[in-house]
Design a protein. Structure first.
Length: 398
């Protein structure tokens, strides 16, 4: 069976002053239309108990453009404005399906600056990309080639907090095919002393990207705090802080890409723990280290790569006592404080490394889940459901 994977290829580009001004206006119009449509839908439900769909907001957009107050919406391409209305419709769909919270208004300072162009609003020919309302192609740094014969179906232009401009081209990638099957399976335990511990005994170092630049970041933040609010110097200082954050995030993402690609290539089945990172971040002592480890991003990268290349990712229920369970005899210890890194089983006398033992238990539990055919991603795929592991080992009530 032939599968076509749609893949986004992201590149950095350097706009001219005119292009930067045009894109900035587009970002502002997209934000304005999104907020107007959200306000209209919220008001209609609050006053008349009426649900407004995408078609109604699209008609509103046409009317807004004819008013004197919002006539500036005609100065930018209409496609990104329509796309933001589609994104709002998707946000409400997820809300009504109880997959997300109620949509929030976009902020000029905090929200992501982006605009989405469909095939009717750009021209891609001979390695040149020209967007609607522009006469010159974007100066794109083609750091890697697009798939041979690729024809982008969507282009997303964005600007990050550090002021860097990016363009993302969505196209089908025929080179993404299932890898040859292998017989290896591995359990992966996430941690802080070591980023990952495998059931084979291998430990992957936690590079602690944020800690490396912590002093430089703190100095930049102090300088930013001393600048007068609203001044140009404060804007420059904020940009400097954002650049440090961006460098940290880039290094972290690159490291996670290398790890996940290697795990997917070398193993047919990968077993991980279904951690609730959002709740773990409430721990004031560990929140900074957990955020730096980026466990959620690791899982996201691992899952989509496994889907691309025909591998399987099994998420064991979070209440499974992988740390306190002896992987040799199966006896359960009563307590296991965080400062205990090695321990000896009272029943069989086996000495365990805390993390390696947890990875071995996750592997065994994941294979059991796979064998009985229950849900393997209890939180992301079947919200509210129970995995086989949770049915076998229920949570103890206090």
């Amino acid at each position: 069976m032939t599968t076509h994977v749609k893949r986004a290829f992201k590149y950095r580009f350097y706009p001219t002053d005119a292009q930067a001004a045009e894109l900035s206006r587009t970002f502002g119009c997209v934000r304005k239309v999104y907020n107007l449509a959200l306000a209209a839908r919220t008001e209609a439900w609050a006053l008349r108990q009426e649900r407004i769909n995408y078609n109604a907001t699209s008609a509103m957009l046409t009317a807004w453009k004819k008013t004197e107050e919002l006539a500036f919406l005609n100065d930018v391409s209409s496609v990104p404005l329509q796309q933001c209305l589609r994104h709002l419709q998707a946000a409400f769909t997820h809300f009504f399906a109880k997959r997300a919270k109620y949509p929030r208004f976009k902020s000029k300072k905090k929200s992501r600056k982006s605009a989405e162009y469909t095939s009717s609003a750009f021209r891609f020919r001979d390695g040149e990309l020209i967007l609607a309302k522009m006469t010159e192609p974007l100066d794109v740094v083609w750091s890697r080639p697009l798939p041979e014969g690729a024809s982008p179906s969507m282009v997303t232009v964005s600007q990050d907090g550090a002021g860097r401009w990016y363009v993302s081209l969505l196209c089908e990638d025929p080179s993404v095919k299932p890898l040859p099957g292998v017989g290896t399976v591995v359990g992966v335990d996430a941690g802080l002393d070591h980023l990952l511990t495998l059931s084979t005994g291998e430990k992957i170092t936690n590079l602690r990207h944020e800690r490396r630049d912590r002093s430089r970041l703190a100095k930049a933040q102090r300088e930013h705090a001393r600048k007068a609010k609203g001044s140009n110097n404060r804007k420059k200082a904020r940009r400097k802080v954002a650049k440090i954050h961006a460098a940290i995030a880039d290094r972290r993402r690159d490291h996670l890409h290398q790890i996940t690609t290697r795990l997917v290539r070398e193993n047919q089945t990968i077993v991980i723990e279904d951690l609730t990172v959002r709740n773990l971040l409430k721990n004031g002592h560990l929140a900074r280290a957990i955020s730096d480890a980026a466990w959620s991003e690791f899982r996201s990268l691992l899952e989509y790569k496994a889907e691309w290349y025909g591998r399987e990712v099994i998420a064991v229920d979070r209440w499974f006592p992988s740390t306190k369970l002896c992987s040799t005899c199966g006896s359960l210890q009563s307590k296991m404080p965080l400062n205990v890194r090695t321990w000896t089983c009272d029943n069989c006398g086996t000495t365990h490394d805390r993390d390696v033992n947890a990875a071995k238990n996750l592997l065994a539990a994941g294979l059991a889940v796979s064998a009985c055919g229950a849900g393997v991603r209890p939180q992301r795929s079947t919200p509210g459901g129970q995995s086989a592991t949770k049915q076998e080992i229920p949570r103890r009530e206090p």
